[in-house]
Design a binder for this molecule. Structure first.
Ligand SMILES: NC(=O)c1ccc[n+]([C@@H]2O[C@H](COP(=O)([O-])OP(=O)(O)OC[C@H]3O[C@@H](n4cnc5c(N)ncnc54)[C@H](OP(=O)(O)O)[C@@H]3O)[C@@H](O)[C@H]2O)c1
Length: 186
């Protein structure tokens, strides 16, 4: 079976909050656009990425993600929801789907975009090499939180190709893009 990179991407506030009542706690279109246009949808010619999410983290609206297959995780759904390409019962099944014929030749990167359980499972998986985590530099009312991860396992990089290092500001809210790289243990 292929070992494809498995990566997380999220935005969290100062308390690691990521959601409220099933929605994002903030409205930051440029931040969202960074996630869509610069990260998850970028693949080599002829390749596609997997965008994997729990049922409650589907991207709202009629957005199609170029160069991506959308993979919903659910144990209760019996058919693939609208706007998704695949339905898997759990994260290992999604990883297996991407790693075996007929998709293994086509899939490049597996992006886990939420929610809590998929993040938790993905960050512990041996194929997980990076966490893209936008630091929203403010406090919001949240009921959903990004799982804790060991900063000795994932190291915050000073800079990363294609990722702006300067603090961004949108709608009066400051934020910065961050990439954590898994530390290779000898
Ligand atoms: N700030 C960010 O970057 C960000 C990113 C993503 C989401 N969010 C926010 O986070 C909230 C949603 O997250 P959430 O954790 O509550 O829900 P979620 O993980 O998106 O959805 C929960 C449902 O997905 C299915 N599921 C989740 N993990 C699974 C797994 N490992 N295997 C199989 N099925 C799985 C289950 O469906 P069944 O019950 O049908 O089995 C579960 O009830 C929303 O507020 C959203 O806006 C924020």
């Amino acid at each position: 079976m292929d070992h494809k990179p498995l990566r997380l991407i999220a935005a969290a506030d100062s308390n690691m909050g990521i959601g409220i009542s099933g929605n994002l706690p903030w409205r930051l279109p440029n931040e969202f656009n960074y996630f869509l246009s610069k990260i998850t949808t970028v693949s080599d010619p002829g390749k596609k990425n997997f965008v994997i999410y729990g049922k409650g983290s589907a991207i709202k609206g009629n957005l199609s993600l170029p160069n991506c297959y959308c993979v919903v995780l659910s144990r209760t759904l019996s058919s693939v929801p609208e706007n998704a390409d695949y339905l898997c019962r759990d994260l290992p099944s999604a990883i297996q789907l991407a790693s075996e014929p007929p998709l293994n030749e086509e899939i490049e990167i597996l992006w886990v975009i939420g929610g809590v359980k998929p993040f938790e499972e993905a960050m512990k998986h041996p194929n997980c090499d990076q966490i893209y985590l936008t630091n929203i530099m403010a406090e919001f009312n949240c009921d959903t939180f990004f799982p804790k991860f060991g900063q000795d396992t994932f190291k915050l990089l000073d800079e990363f190709p294609g990722v702006p290092t300067e603090i961004q500001e949108e709608n009066g809210i400051k934020y910065k893009f961050q990439v954590f790289q898994k530390v290779c243990k000898e």
